[in-house]
Ligand binder design. Structure first.
Ligand code: KIV
Ligand code: ZN
Length: 497
């Protein structure tokens, strides 16, 4: 049977320290609920003494979520611990996370004291925290640059004082994976009471080694990992939750598993990225836009024959519906045909040869072939369309007006009109369209882009809708973006057979 590795999520504490990523309490609760649904074991909700806002967030998160342990950070200072205990009062399961710097840098230059005094303060903090809660985690800040022999003495002392979890942070992201793993092993082998506590990793990504270091820590005995969604965090970030979870899931030979519902990874990543206004880099492992996108012809052909030829993770396992094929000059016929079919076009071999020939000429001139280019290539010879055309559109919107739209659609030669309200002009127009069509459609993606940059610009709208378990894509372009949106919506609906 597999052993469990606990996921301690610090998106709301270490992750939220990123400049420009601050969240309000409502946003933090929303993320905390998503983390609970994802299955994290511990949510580090904040650093209560740092501000009234952080205090309040820990209080509200403690009330809002029930399954994970709620953790609050403190320094090794009595007042911090008292405030953290107060903030955690409503939590079903609570933990105080207290600690102090243990590296020569921190001891000499930051705290300006002696190694023995650090051990005394660390033990006093743990003992004091145990007066309020049964679960106390101790962090040895900058453990990555702390001498192992001294670190082992600190860890033995804090476990003796009552720490239930001992966190070994590589605060500056300095360690090499083998070095960090050896540090954990040293503690396992040399701290006599280590079996009374769980060892936790906490790695930063300054040299791009946070994930490797965390895995090395796990292999050597750590059974809790401190991570953030999308790897957000101070400077270059923290270890990314999604990477550790999927590494353990992919490498079954490690015999380790987590409680994470991996199918919720992508949606949680998107939510955190959106609320923090922190875009996910396109090539980010697991959750980046390109993580399951294939652009070379050889890879596209291989993936279409069998996904596992070029993918070690099934995108469905992390909540991404399918791999995507990016059309470029390197794409082959099979990839183009696959894309045409997804767009609702079906061609004979001869027709496909002709389109492919013209596709290559265009692809040589453009970096990437988009749906609107395909439409031009196909001469809009769509098959199976059911003749929907926008005849007129009128929208009332503006500050303090309730958005209302009236749309007139020609359906099989006859114009039908409907009016609806919505939470914005596009929503109102889409609701009016939905009244006129007999199908149930769900809007899945809506993307507006400017073709150049001025305010007199053309707006391009890409749309993805779902009907009866199938996805349909639509595209519209107009100087009026609401018109472009409705045209894209009708374009997608037209492809439903
Ligand atoms: O990186 C670090 O050392 C920390 C501690 C406060 C746990 O975030
Ligand atoms: Zn940290």
């Amino acid at each position: 049977m597999s052993e469990k590795v606990k996921i301690f999520d610090t998106t709301l504490r270490d992750g939220e320290q990123v400049p420009g990523c601050q969240l309000n309490t409502i946003e933090k609760i929303e993320i905390a609920k998503a983390l609970e649904a994802l299955g994290v074991d511990v949510v580090e909700a904040g650093f209560p003494i740092s501000s009234p806002g952080d205090f309040n967030s820990v209080v509200e998160i403690s009330k809002a979520i029930k399954n994970p342990t709620i953790c609050a950070l403190t320094r090794a200072i009595k007042k911090d611990i008292e405030v953290a205990a107060e903030a955690l009062q409503h939590a079903t399961r609570k933990r105080i996370h207290t600690g102090i710097g243990t590296s020569p840098f921190h001891i000499q230059y930051k705290i300006k004291t002696t190694p023995e005094e650090i051990i005394r303060r660390a033990c006093d903090a743990v003992k004091y925290a145990r007066k309020f809660v049964d679960d106390v985690e101790f962090y040895a800040e900058d453990a990555g640059r702390t001498d192992n022999e001294y670190l082992a003495r600190v860890i033995e002392a804090v476990i003796e004082a009552g720490a239930t979890v001992v966190n070994i942070p590589d605060t500056t992201g300095y360690c090499l994976p083998a070095e960090y793993g050896a540090k954990i092993k040293y503690l396992v082998d040399n701290v006599p009471n280590i079996h009374k506590a769980t060892i936790s990793t906490h790695c930063h990504n300054d040299l791009g080694m946070a994930t490797a270091n965390t895995i090395s820590g796990i292999i050597n005995g750590a059974r809790q990992v401190e991570v953030t969604m999308n790897g957000v965090g101070e400077r270059a970030g923290n270890t990314a939750l999604e990477e550790i979870v999927m590494i353990l899931k992919s490498h079954k030979s490690l015999g380790l598993e987590t409680n994470i519902d991996t199918k919720k990874i992508f949606s949680t990543s998107q939510m955190v990225s959106g609320l923090m206004s922190m875009p996910v880099q396109p090539n980010k492992a697991i959750v980046g836009r390109n993580a399951f996108a294939h652009s070379s012809g050889i890879h596209q052909d291989g993936v279409l024959k069998n996904r596992e030829n070029y993918e070690i993770i099934d995108p469905v396992d992390v909540g991404v519906r399918e791999s995507s094929i990016i059309l470029t000059a390197r794409s082959g016929r099979a990839a183009l045909n696959h894309h045409l079919e997804q767009m609702g076009y079906h061609y004979s071999k001869e027709e496909l040869d002709d389109i492919y020939h013209r596709f290559l000429i265009l692809a040589d001139k453009k970096k990437e072939i988009k749906d609107e280019d395909i439409r031009i290539l196909t001469g809009e010879k769509r098959q199976g369309g059911n003749g929907l055309a926008l005849e007129h559109l009128q929208v009332i919107c503006g500050k303090s007006a309730i958005p209302v739209a009236t749309v007139g659609i020609r359906i099989n030669g006859e114009v039908h009109t409907s009016t609806a309200a919505g939470n914005g002009p596009v929503d109102a127009a889409f609701s009016a369209v939905k009244h006129l069509i007999s199908k149930t459609v769900h809007l899945e993606e809506f993307l507006v882009q400017a073709i150049t940059r001025g305010s007199n610009d053309f707006g391009k709208v890409h749309i993805q809708i779902r009907h009866n378990e199938r996805t349909y894509y639509g595209f519209g372009t107009n100087t009026d973006i609401v018109t472009a949106a409705v045209e894209a919506f009708l374009d997608a609906i037209s492809k439903i057979k």
